[in-house]
Design a binder for this molecule. Structure first.
Ligand code: F6R
Length: 611
């Protein structure tokens, strides 16, 4: 989604803004722009361009063409108004004095626009953001902060705003409501960003703005205010990951780098949480009494995080015997869910900023449930609003298609299931030990799968030109198929669907014809025979079958399938943690062979902060 960067300091702002925007490119965007206050011209200098950031950067000679030490920059993901130079941000008020960058949506923009037009204010763009710039200008009587506050009382919706004013070049104003915004504290300079990756090169000391807060950034520091405009002291957090964690480090794509980082990410997610043979969570806010009293668990998430929830349901129910429902966050908030104080709502989110997931979290809390979140981005909104947070420690994930975040979310939900089962006494000692031991072996086994990637690349070369693919499986293999299918379609643009194998014959099998590619997932031992029957079923209708199974079943599967990808044997509960890796690699290599823009697939954004 849109990205914001802001800088005020002693150095030239434009190169810093462009570099920050480049680090936000992964979020997805369709146009970019910057506004800098020029001391020489004593006015704002605003430049915007549709398309890649490189277009803007070339236009500004990497920033050298712009003079000024305070400015704001933006990468836009169109919501109101088509992608175009004029609809790009910053949006500037009619006096030319006020420039605004905005993430989110101003819901009552039409009403405010009508009000301003009635007063004779001319509009140049189709954006909701221009309304903010024009309204600030309308209320401006010499004090920019005061004008911003008056506007905040009138706008509704979600917004992170960065604002500069030509009359007040010694400050940059930031506002946050329902859209993330981070403050950066430097020596003689201050920063603003929608994502820490944009500013980590300059400072590791950051403050996370809360909803309703306003901040005034100057060269000497940052003053924050709460929603009543009372001055507040912001807690400063230190970001401890290295900048190269957010760089490609010699890999052609972030996605491939992140696939290869999974063993290490899994070690970070699992190892500190197994101590003296027991699952251990630091600062775990749920008491044993509370866990015993849970009547229902809801898992709520979007996209791949939802797919983790699907596997989580199987594993949690199997180990704890508590009923688990999985809901798409975008549905949960409108479905009048049956939730009370004995319901635990588990929300899963890599970014910790997905708007639907955030809204579901708030709805769950409003209904009296406790919320436990599984989140990757430290300090994100979802993490901060949850009763309990379990971080995945995957490190920054830059590629739009998630890989290492998915794997680590899965590891954390498995650990949670084991922890609950131990408290509830629903797991035998032997099985508990067996699963824990296997969890410790997972990173090594993922390394083994990655080492065999040439085979998967070869299979991709055989199938990359198919136009339609079905992923089939039962139980956890079905949940895994959902993720394999999403990975493939989102980065390769091949139409792909995941089906519970048993459902095929209720309609969809009519689509199977000569040469249709079916990826048949048969990792779950208990249901292997059934998986085989489904392979025979689709093969007899002409499908090409690429199967995925464990070493134990490879030979049997190879008798029928056209090609077989294998994973090492492991405990049943952990199969999806290994099974997902060949599917990620398959999707990656197929997309590579089709020449797709792997890290930034069309129409997709990394962090979905609009509904
Ligand atoms: C797919 C993908 C998305 C996300 C979804 C939720 O590869 O990455 O489907 O899983 O947008 O995002 P988070 O986990 O940040 O809430």
């Amino acid at each position: 989604m849109c990205g914001i960067v802001g800088y005020i300091g002693k150095e030239q702002a434009a190169p810093i803004l462009l570099d920050g925007l480049a680090r936000l490119e992964y979020r997805g965007y369709d146009s970019a722009g910057v506004a800098v206050y020029s001391e020489r011209a004593e006015s704002l200098s605003v430049h915007k361009a549709k398309g890649r950031l490189q277009v803007l950067s070339d236009m500004l000679q990497g920033g050298a063409a712009l003079d000024g030490t305070v400015g704001i920059g933006h990468t836009r993901w169109a919501t109101h108004g088509a992608p175009s130079d004029v609809n790009s941000h910053p949006q500037v008020s009619r006096s030319g004095k006020i420039a605004v960058v905005h993430n989110g949506i101003i819901e009552n923009y039409a009403e405010l626009k009508a009000f301003l037009m009635d007063k004779g204010v001319p509009f140049t763009s189709d954006t909701d953001t221009e309304v903010v710039a024009q309204l600030i200008d309308y209320f401006y009587e010499g004090d920019i902060l005061q004008a911003v506050v008056r506007v905040l009382h009138r706008i509704q919706g979600a917004y992170a705003l960065g604002i500069i004013c030509a009359d007040a070049p010694d400050q940059l104003i930031a506002v946050r409501k329902d859209s993330p915004l981070i403050l950066g504290y430097g020596e003689g300079c201050s920063f603003l960003a929608s994502d820490v990756t944009a500013i980590i090169k300059h400072t590791r000391d950051v403050g996370y703005m809360e909803d309703g807060e306003v901040a005034v950034l100057t060269r000497d520091g940052i003053q924050c205010y709460n929603h009543l405009m009372q001055p507040i002291q912001k807690e400063i957090s230190h970001v401890d990951w290295e900048i190269d964690a957010a760089e490609k480090g010699g890999y052609e794509h972030f996605m491939f780098k992140e696939i290869m980082e999974q063993p290490e990410a899994m070690r970070r997610a699992i190892f500190p949480r197994i101590k003296d043979g027991e699952v251990y969570f630091e600062d775990f806010g749920l008491t044993k009494e509370y866990i015993r009293a849970i009547r229902k668990i809801y898992i709520v998430a979007c996209g791949s995080s939802y797919h983790v929830g699907m596997v989580g349901k199987y594993n949690l129910e199997r180990l704890t015997r508590k009923p688990v429902e999985v809901a798409l966050a975008s549905e949960f908030r409108y479905m009048d869910p049956i939730v009370d104080e004995n319901t635990l709502v588990v929300v899963i989110s890599q970014s910790g900023e997905t708007l639907d997931t955030m809204a579901a979290l708030r709805e769950a809390k409003r209904l009296g449930a406790k919320v436990l979140s599984i989140v990757n981005v430290v300090g994100s909104s979802i993490a901060r609003e949850s009763d309990v947070v379990l971080y995945t420690w995957a490190g920054p994930e830059i590629a739009v298609a998630t890989t290492k975040a998915y794997s680590t979310q899965m590891a954390v939900i498995d650990l949670l299931a084991l922890y609950f089962a131990r408290v509830l006494g629903t797991i035998g000692e032997e099985e508990y030990r067996a699963v824990l031991e296997e969890m410790l072996r997972l990173p090594g086994k993922i390394e083994a799968v990655l080492a065999d990637r040439d085979d998967i690349q070869y299979f991709a070369s055989q199938y990359f030109n198919h136009n339609s693919v079905f992923f089939i499986g039962r139980n956890v293999d079905y949940a895994l198929g959902l993720e394999g299918s999403l990975k493939l379609k989102e980065i390769s643009y091949i139409h792909s669907e995941a089906y519970a194998s048993g459902e095929l014959k209720h309609g969809t099998i009519s689509l199977i014809e000569d040469g249709t590619l079916v990826v048949a997932l048969g990792t779950y031992s208990k249901l292997f025979e059934k998986a085989m029957s489904n392979v025979v079923e689709v093969k007899s209708r002409g499908a090409d079958v690429l199967a995925l199974t464990t070493e134990r079943h490879k030979a049997e599967m190879a008798k029928t399938a056209n090609a077989v990808m294998t994973i090492p044997d492991t405990h049943d509960l952990l199969l999806p943690s290994l099974g997902v890796v060949p599917l990620q690699l398959f999707a990656y290599y197929v997309a590579l062979m089709r020449g797709c823009d792997i890290d930034k697939p069309r129409n997709l954004a990394k962090s979905v902060t609009v509904e």
